[in-house]
Design a protein around this ligand. Sequence first.
Ligand code: PNS
Length: 164
Amino acid sequence: MTTAVCPGSFDPVTVGHLDIVTRAANIFDRVIILVLTNPAKQPVFSEQKRVELLKRVTTQFGNVEIDTYNGLLADYCKQKQATVIVKGLRAMSDFEYEFQQALTNKKLNPGTDTVFLTTSAENMYLSSSVIRNIASLGGDISDFVPGAIAADILNQFKQEREDQ
Ligand code: PNS
């Protein structure tokens, strides 16, 4: 049985993430969506909220689970005997960073390989930060996040604007 890990910040999960998870779930026996800390980013949504949103949009998969970890991705993969890390690649601009991460993770845990799935063309431009930016200004994000969570995301930003 092959276990694959889809790691990321998921702040918040986008239709682009869900596309990659869907395709990974079709390829691998078991897929763990792993919510991690990216030291370069300060998340807007709490870890608990990001997990809740992910759970709500992945109920249709029988082989996908959500987990969190406060350590190295390479160590988590060892613990779970996950032999594959799945990453989505949008454009060449992603490549250098992802290549460095893949090589580092391979060095830290030679038993795990990184597999890149090219993003679907319609999601090329999409990122959580673009969605956060639109939502923070009260814009329409319905094309960018799964329908079940769009209102929730907008409400969080609306609440923040009202609190200011
Ligand atoms: O969605 P993101 O923010 O691009 O995901 C980046 C993430 C969280 C996958 C990356 O920062 C990560 O793997 N963090 C965990 C810590 C770690 O293992 N660092 C070494 C990787 S080179």
